[in-house]
Design a protein around this ligand. Structure first.
Ligand code: AFP
Length: 332
């Protein structure tokens, strides 16, 4: 049985950095606490009649589930004391939440997708929370509308058969598993490396009619028979980016959500600040890559808080190929 808890691991890493204030450590540990609370709510949601829609829509026009809102509340509350965070921005809130007492002194701004894959809520499927941490600069939205390379930490909590906490503070990616009987996340894998190449792809191929021809061609290429090159690839798509990304982090492969003209999503569906930047940092730190097809996701600066972006993430080999297809440089 592993015995290094998330808190101990974070604190030991902090001690390796003389001069660290401990604030980032405290902040990451609070994401851990929020993750445990959300996991508990998910475990009893069906019994407590907390499944189903809340009757509201978010800024992107998507129906909000009761658990989207509950997870959002839990996360906001986790940072409501201690003076660490000045601002929280969420996929579920039109405007950022300002912690008024800390607006001027909180050194960090946080961003999150509280319940990623919410179509899985009502069927007891895998869900996730994605988070990103930035330094507060001048305060206000301008602090958030910046490149992904300015994130100081990012990660996700995966709610599946086990609850996992995966994070990076730009020194590798580390994976923890919740041991429910003691209520602690225990270190399961230090310095996770994503395989350089995989065997699977994750995409909502039912929508391929609306994709650019280059992405359709890439998908057909993945399905061609070529045993020497490891083709055909297998499809694995769950409706939860966190779940699909986690498989790819461990086994390699690629997830993509391209522009989709059939549903009017000319910039794709995924939100840059709440989903793409944080997972791109995790991928980058694990030796993988995330791309729009034309540029690294980490280099993209959003025009607005809820900006969407075409997104591909995964192993170096598959993401590089995706980019070649998008640039019309496909292998012959
Ligand atoms: P929600 O968090 O709004 O449920 O969206 C989930 C998601 O952003 C991502 O987790 C999935 O991979 C993707 O959308 C699923 O979208 P489609 O249903 O269009 O395939």
């Amino acid at each position: 049985m592993p015995s290094v808890t998330l808190d101990r691991f974070i604190l030991e890493n902090e001690h390796a950095h003389p001069g660290a204030t401990g604030e980032l450590s405290e902040l990451l540990m609070r994401f851990g606490v929020a993750g445990k609370r959300i996991a508990r709510e998910l475990a009893v949601a069906g019994l407590a009649k907390e499944l189903g829609t809340a009757g509201t829509t978010n800024v992107s026009g998507e129906q909000q589930k009761k658990l989207d809102l509950l997870a959002n509340e839990i996360l906001l509350e986790a940072f409501d004391y201690g003076g660490l965070v000045s601002t929280a921005a969420s996929e579920e809130m039109e405007e950022p939440y300002i912690y008024t007492r800390n607006a001027e002194k909180g050194r960090y701004a946080i961003l999150f997708d509280p319940m990623d894959g919410s179509s899985n809520i009502d069927v007891n499927g895998t869900l996730g929370t994605i988070f990103s941490v930035r330094r507060r600069q001048l305060g206000g939205d301008a602090d958030l509308l910046r490149s992904g390379r300015e994130q100081v930490a990012a990660g996700y909590i995966l709610f599946g058969p086990a609850t996992l906490f995966v994070y990076t503070s730009c020194e590798g990616v580390h994976l923890f598993t919740l041991e429910p009987s003691i209520g602690e996340f225990l270190l399961t894998k230090r310095s996770v490396r994503m395989p350089a190449r995989g065997k699977g792809y994750a995409a909502n191929e039912g929508r391929s009619a609306g994709w650019p021809a280059s992405v359709r061609a890439f998908t057909e290429w993945l399905k061609e028979k070529d045993p020497e090159m490891g083709r055909p690839y297998s499809t694995r798509y769950s409706g939860s980016l966190v779940a699909d990304f986690h498989r790819i982090l461990l086994e390699g492969g690629i997830y993509y959500y391209p522009p989709d003209s059939s549903t009017g999503k000319s910039r794709g569906k995924l939100r840059l600040l709440y989903e793409c930047h944080p997972l791109a940092l995790v991928a980058d730190q694990a030796g993988g890559r995330a791309s729009t097809g034309l540029e690294a996701i980490l280099d993209v600066v959003p025009e607005s808080l809820h900006a969407r972006v075409p997104f591909a993430i995964g192993s170096m080999a598959e993401v590089a190929l995706y980019e070649r297809f998008v640039r019309n440089e496909a292998p012959s």
